[in-house]
Write a protein that binds this ligand. Structure first.
Ligand SMILES: [Zn+2]
Ligand SMILES: [Zn+2]
Length: 274
């Protein structure tokens, strides 16, 4: 878990980011603020070479909210002159425009390094290879790893997705940001790990009516997630992207467990699940 946070500032949690490590390669799902620093920490702490920034070659975006994309320029700009191949970036329509903004932000860095005496390993690595999608289905399949995008419901976003990642030994479902959605239940049936966003029912109850309505429209309450998990029965339910407001964050585990008797954990940054 490279980032378990939300848009609410939190010194202990980077923005949303999950790395699936398969066969020596890292596949990054969302890249919120702080995720690249966490990747460097994971590289150092766990000796995961694939998480050294210039070695990260695959990034997938669930949607384009800031807490899921802010470290894209960070990844693009970090040591790119030592990068052998460009980043492959997959995201909903709009990803191309967002990445153009990132290249523009880094224009003077890129141009100066290309002119400088210091060698640049691959000038093309200053930009990413972007693949946009606007419908569900398989968006990536390589090296025995398949990524399927499925539609979720997240406020007024036309294009917000969850991902199902399948390898020969594991199936991992990532909810992305979503209100309670039966498509997640369907996708997560039989999954080894379901990584799901959540909002504390206790924290939500104390919000104003307007904010309660917004969160019901955009996020999944602990009580609703318990029903989803009870039907999908994943091997492990990992809670991340936890909105909790006035309630203690740890409470979300008990809130989910009140309606679900499977295994549930609250993810911290740099946790590893196998
Ligand atoms: Zn978010
Ligand atoms: Zn969002």
């Amino acid at each position: 878990m490279l980032g378990t946070g939300t848009p609410v500032p939190n010194g202990e949690r980077a923005g949303a980011g999950i790395a699936v490590i398969h066969d020596g390669e890292a596949y990054i799902f969302d890249i919120g603020a702080g995720v690249i620093q966490r990747a460097i920490q994971a590289y150092e702490r766990y000796d995961i070479e694939a998480l050294y920034p210039p070695k990260i070659n695959h990034v997938f975006l669930t949607h384009l909210h800031s807490d899921h994309i802010l470290d894209f320029p960070e990844l693009l700009g970090t040591y790119w002159w030592r990068r052998e191949s460009p980043i492959n970036l997959f995201g909903p329509v709009g990803t191309e425009e967002m990445s153009e903004g990132a290249y523009q932000f880094l224009t003077l860095d890129t141009e100066t390094r290309l002119k400088d005496k210091s060698p640049v390993t691959n000038p093309d690595a200053a930009r990413a290879n972007v693949t946009e999608f606007d419908s569900p289905g398989v968006i990536f399949e390589e090296n025995d790893l398949r990524v399927e995008a499925f539609p979720v419901s997240h406020g007024d976003w036309d294009l917000a997705y969850g991902f199902k990642v399948t390898t020969p030994d594991k199936t991992i479902v990532i909810s992305g940001d979503t209100s309670a959605n039966s498509e997640v239940t369907r996708q997560a049936k039989g999954a080894d790990i379901l990584i799901h966003e959540v909002i504390s029912h206790e924290g939500w109850s104390d919000l104003s009516e307007e904010w309660q309505a917004y969160h019901q429209y955009a996020h999944t309450l602990t009580t609703e997630l318990a029903d989803i998990a009870a039907e999908a029965k994943p091997g492990l339910l990992v809670l991340y992207h936890v909105l909790h407001y006035g309630a203690p964050i740890e409470g979300v585990v008990d809130e989910v467990k009140a309606g679900y008797d499977g295994e549930v954990v609250l993810a911290e940054d740099l946790d590893i699940f196998k």
